[in-house]
Write a protein of this length. Structure first.
Length: 30
């Protein structure tokens, strides 16, 4: 059960990282 939870947290962290990278790219164009 704990491994599933940690996997979800890891996935969320990677999604946040992708979103931040996308945001940084958009800021460069503004």
């Amino acid at each position: 059960m704990e491994t599933i939870r940690s996997n979800q947290i890891a996935r969320i962290k990677t999604e946040i990282k992708k979103f931040k990278n996308l945001f940084n790219i958009l800021n460069k164009f503004v």
